[in-house]
Design a protein around this ligand. Sequence first.
Ligand code: DC
Length: 226
Amino acid sequence: MGTVIAIDGPGGAGKSTVSRGLAEALGYAYVDTGAMYRVIGVLAAERGIPVDDEAALAALCDATEIEFGERAGVPVVTADGRDLSRAIRTAEAAQQASRYSTVPAVRERLVAKQRAIGAAADVVMEGRDIGTVVFPDALLKVFLDASPRERARRRASELGGGDGEVDRMAKEISERDQRDRSRAHSPLRAAADAVELDTTTLSIDEVVAKLLEMVHRRLGVLASSS
Ligand code: DC
């Protein structure tokens, strides 16, 4: 079993940038579980699989090899060797991911893949249910959040949009939050023992430094008690 740092929270809270920075500082692997749901969402939509066709969605998850890599320092995600790094980053792909991720058969399969990755390596894993469901025994669980306006601003700038995009993103983010938080299976919520951090006014470096200190403290406590 590797050491797992679980980073959960809604879209635009800073999970990806912070998780990548933390993984790099620790020398751990970085796993973006949202990218896995996005891949399945994009492929399912492409094939016209309805959200209520659990059998077809289960078969799609079983048959698809999702791999993470890096090219010139930029994360790359492939499905059976096909590069979907750009296709999964559109606003539409985000909505498809949110829709298909409500399906239990999809969650069970992707969670199994995530557990296998965490069993084999030290990882910083980001998502919505990492601390609550995937790795309830993670060394450190963090729930990142930020004001809805700031999250919309970050997402708009990620997508290369200007100020006009922010209102549109705010609407999309609130729709997606609502679905992610209210779904029956593994809804988005902070684990009871998660450290909750509001990143609205913090820089990425400040958040990474805080988390790094927490990880070192926990690893130090483990080392001195063994
Ligand atoms: O983190 P993200 O925006 O890439 O996630 C896209 C969608 O995938 C999100 O709206 C909900 C879903 N998701 C999930 O249900 N569980 C996870 N562990 C990660 C993402």
